[in-house]
Design a protein around this ligand. Structure first.
Ligand code: UD1
Length: 366
C-alpha cells in the first residue's frame, strides 16, 4: 500500500484538494490518500465550512499553526509537518497553490527525500513583492512533478530550466470543484436569501496586503464603492484580514458607506459560488476568482497591477485595472450597461484535471 499526503492550509487550497481526494478513491486498494491541514486558516468561516461544502473528510492531521509573521508561520508549519512525515513516511506529498503552507511543506518533504507534486505549478506574476510569487518560485524549483493549469505555466517553467519530463499540462483543478458543485451551489439559495436580483449586483472580494493594508488604498476602494453603488448593489464578503484593517483605520462599516453596499462575513464555498454565478460583475484581487469568473463567463475586474493567470485576460473575461479609481468606475458602469466580453473557456478546464493527475501519480507510484 502506497501513501500520499496532500496538504491544505488556507481557504484557496480546499477546493483544489477535494477533487484529488475523490480521484484517488479509484486506487484505494493500492494507495492511501491522507490529508494534512496546517491550520494556516482556522476560523470556521475560512476553513470548517469548506470541508462540509466540498464533502471533504476530516483532515487526518491538524497542525493548528494559526496566524503569525511569515517567518514564524512558515517555520511552525515546517516543524509540525516534519513530525507527521517522520511518523507516517508517505511515498509522495502533494501541495497545491501558492500559500505559505505550500512552500513550507514542500521544503520539508524534499529535505527528507520524499517526492513532491505541485498542483498549479508554473504561474508567475513576475512581481516579487507578492509573498505568493516567492512561494511559487521556491515550490516549483524543488518539486518532482509539476502540474500546470494554463499554457503560460509551461513557458515559465521551460524558461526557468525545469526538465520537461517533470511537467504535465493537466488543466485547472479548481474548475473540477466548480463543475462538480455548481448545481448544489444553486440550492444554497444564497443570493435569494440576501434579496439579490439574479444578474443584478456586483460581487467584491479583496484581501491582498497591497490593497487592504494601507488606509489610503482602503479609502480609494470605499470611494469606488460609493460611485458604483449609484448604479448597482454591491455585495462584499469581507476577509478577516480586510475586516481587521477596516476596523483599525476606523473606516465606515455597514450601511454607512452607501445604502447599496452590503458588507458580509466570509461565505462558504457553495454560498459564494451561488453569488458568483448570479452576479453581473465581479471586482477582486483573488487569483482563483479570476479563473472561476472566466469559466462562468462573468465579467471580472482585477484590482491588481498584474496577474499570474494571463489566460483569464487573453481568452477569458478578466481585465487588469490596478487600483485606478477612474478606470474601475468607468469599466464597471460600462459593464453594468451591457458593454462586456463573454470570453472563452481555456483549454482543459473541463472538470477532469484531478483524474488526470491521479492517473499520472498512480502510474508513477505503482
Ligand atoms: C493567505 C495566502 C494568500 C491567499 C489567502 C486566501 C499566504 C502568504 N497568503 O493570505 O495567498 O490568497 O490566504 O485567503 O499564504 N485570519 C483570521 N482567521 C483565519 C485566517 C486569517 O482572522 O482563519 C486573519 C489574521 O488576522 C491573519 C490575517 O487574517 O493575521 C492574514 O492571514 P494569513 O493566513 O497570514 O494570510 P491571508 O491574508 O489570509
Amino acid at each position: 500500500m502506497k501513501r500520499i499526503i496532500s496538504v491544505v492550509g488556507a481557504r484557496p487550497n480546499f477546493m483544489k484538494v477535494a477533487p484529488l481526494h475523490r480521484a484517488f478513491q479509484k486506487y484505494s486498494d493500492r494507495i492511501r490518500h491522507l490529508i494534512v491541514h496546517t491550520g494556516q486558516h482556522y476560523d470556521e468561516a475560512m476553513s470548517k465550512v469548506f470541508f462540509e461544502d466540498l464533502e471533504l473528510p476530516h483532515p487526518d492531521f491538524y497542525l493548528g499553526v494559526g496566524s503569525w509573521t511569515h517567518a514564524q508561520q512558515t517555520a511552525k508549519i515546517m516543524v509540525e509537518f516534519e513530525k507527521v512525515l517522520v511518523e507516517h513516511k508517505p511515498d509522495l506529498v502533494v501541495v497545491v497553490g501558492d500559500v505559505n503552507s505550500t512552500v513550507a511543506c514542500s521544503l520539508v518533504s524534499v529535505k527528507m527525500g520524499i517526492a513532491v507534486a505541485h498542483v498549479e505549478a508554473g504561474l508567475r506574476s513576475f512581481d516579487r513583492s507578492m509573498p505568493e510569487e516567492i512561494n511559487r518560485l521556491l515550490t516549483d524549483s524543488i518539486s518532482d512533478h509539476l502540474f500546470v493549469s494554463e499554457k503560460s505555466g509551461l513557458e515559465n517553467l521551460k524558461r526557468e530550466g525545469v526538465s520537461e519530463k517533470k511537467v504535465f499540462f493537466v488543466g485547472n483543478i479548481m474548475i473540477d470543484s466548480l463543475i462538480h458543485f455548481r448545481e448544489k451551489a444553486k440550492l444554497s439559495n444564497a443570493a435569494k436569501n440576501l434579496g439579490l436580483q439574479p444578474n443584478g449586483f456586483v460581487l467584491v472580494t479583496l484581501h491582498r496586503p497591497g490593497n487592504v493594508d494601507e488606509k489610503k488604498d482602503l479609502e480609494t476602494i470605499f470611494s469606488i464603492f460609493k460611485k458604483i453603488g449609484d448604479t448597482a448593489t454591491i455585495v462584499f464578503p469581507v476577509h478577516p484580514r480586510t475586516r481587521k484593517m477596516i476596523q483599525q483605520y476606523g473606516l465606515e462599516m455597514n450601511g454607512k458607506v452607501s445604502k447599496r453596499v452590503r458588507l458580509l462575513d466570509p461565505l462558504g464555498y457553495l454560498e459564494f459560488l451561488d453569488l458568483m454565478q448570479q452576479s453581473r460583475l465581479v471586482l477582486t484581487d483573488s487569483g482563483g476568482i479570476q479563473e472561476e469568473t472566466t469559466f462562468l463567463g462573468i465579467p471580472c475586474l482585477t484590482l491588481r497591477e498584474n496577474t499570474e493567470r494571463p489566460v483569464t485576460v487573453e481568452v477569458g473575461t478578466n481585465e487588469i485595472c490596478g487600483l485606478d479609481e477612474n478606470l474601475i468606475v468607468r469599466r464597471s458602469k460600462e459593464i453594468l450597461n451591457g458593454n462586456s466580453n463573454t470570453g472563452r473557456i481555456p483549454e482543459l478546464w473541463d472538470g477532469h484535471t484531478a483524474v488526470r493527475i491521479a492517473e499520472i501519480l498512480s502510474a508513477h507510484l505503482l
